[in-house]
Design a protein around this ligand. Structure first.
Ligand SMILES: CC(C)(COP(=O)(O)OP(=O)(O)OC[C@H]1O[C@@H](n2cnc3c(N)ncnc32)[C@H](O)[C@@H]1OP(=O)(O)O)[C@@H](O)C(=O)NCCC(=O)NCCS
Length: 189
């Protein structure tokens, strides 16, 4: 299902990963996230403002997974970490308690990664996250994921991400998160 530009015959379910103008396609991206992650309309409206603000931060960038007829079925975005960003201020005390807050410096943060359920488990998520981190100049990457044994956590572990802190509570998020970090480039299979 995952193919690369110029490769082989095309079929409607084929997906190509490449640069994404996320500001222009934020509604499509959030529709994917709503299906993949289970967001309601109110949460989508809030996330929309947050994504558009994130895209103004230095170094913020996105990759998309698109079908041959142009439908967006997955995306990732992130940016170099900045300790003054809200996400970093929330996780910092948890990392500091583990003596691991140096991970917040010179680190590329994966802010969101989502793949439409119909397209999951075909290597699209792996291709998105390795693609975006391959273009990072930072020596490491960090992210947070719900602290449970999910496909996301399995994927991150297989790419070399390790737990830096667990049971991290974000204001207004009902479930605790794990903060994970990996050296770059991410591990290949
Ligand atoms: C996480 C997500 C983006 C992965 O995308 P994907 O395209 O399905 O992932 P890939 O096919 O590239 O990789 C699948 C990998 O996930 C892991 N995985 C998949 N299902 C798994 C499961 N049930 N348990 C553990 N690991 C699992 C495996 O490591 C697998 O690697 P493999 O190819 O060696 O088997 C996708 O599942 C998703 O959108 N989930 C819902 C939203 C979400 O949780 N986003 C992350 C927020 S932190």
């Amino acid at each position: 299902m995952l193919r690369f530009p110029g490769q082989g015959p095309r079929n409607p379910d084929d997906v190509v990963v490449g640069p994404l103008d996320l500001a222009a396609r934020v509604d499509e991206a959030l529709a994917v996230q709503a299906l993949a992650f289970g967001l309601g309309a109110d949460e989508v409206a809030v996330r929309r403002q947050i994504v558009l603000r994130h895209l103004t931060y230095p170094g913020a960038r996105a990759l998309g997974a698109t079908t041959v007829d142009g439908r967006l079925v997955g995306f990732v975005y992130g940016m170099p970490n900045d300790r003054t960003h809200w996400w970093s201020t929330v996780v910092e005390p948890y990392l500091r308690a583990q003596g691991r807050d140096a991970w917040l410096d010179h680190s590329f943060v994966i802010t969101e990664l989502h793949v439409h359920p119909h397209y999951q488990n075909h290597g699209v998520g792996r291709s998105l996250i390795t693609g975006i981190t391959d273009s990072a100049t930072e020596p490491r990457s960090i992210l947070s994921a719900i602290d449970t044994d999910s496909p996301a956590r399995g994927l991150y572990r297989s790419l070399g991400y390790e737990d830096l802190a667990r049971q991290v509570l974000f204001p207004s998020a009902p479930k605790p998160y794990a903060v994970m970090g990996a050296p770059l480039p991410l591990r290949r299979r």
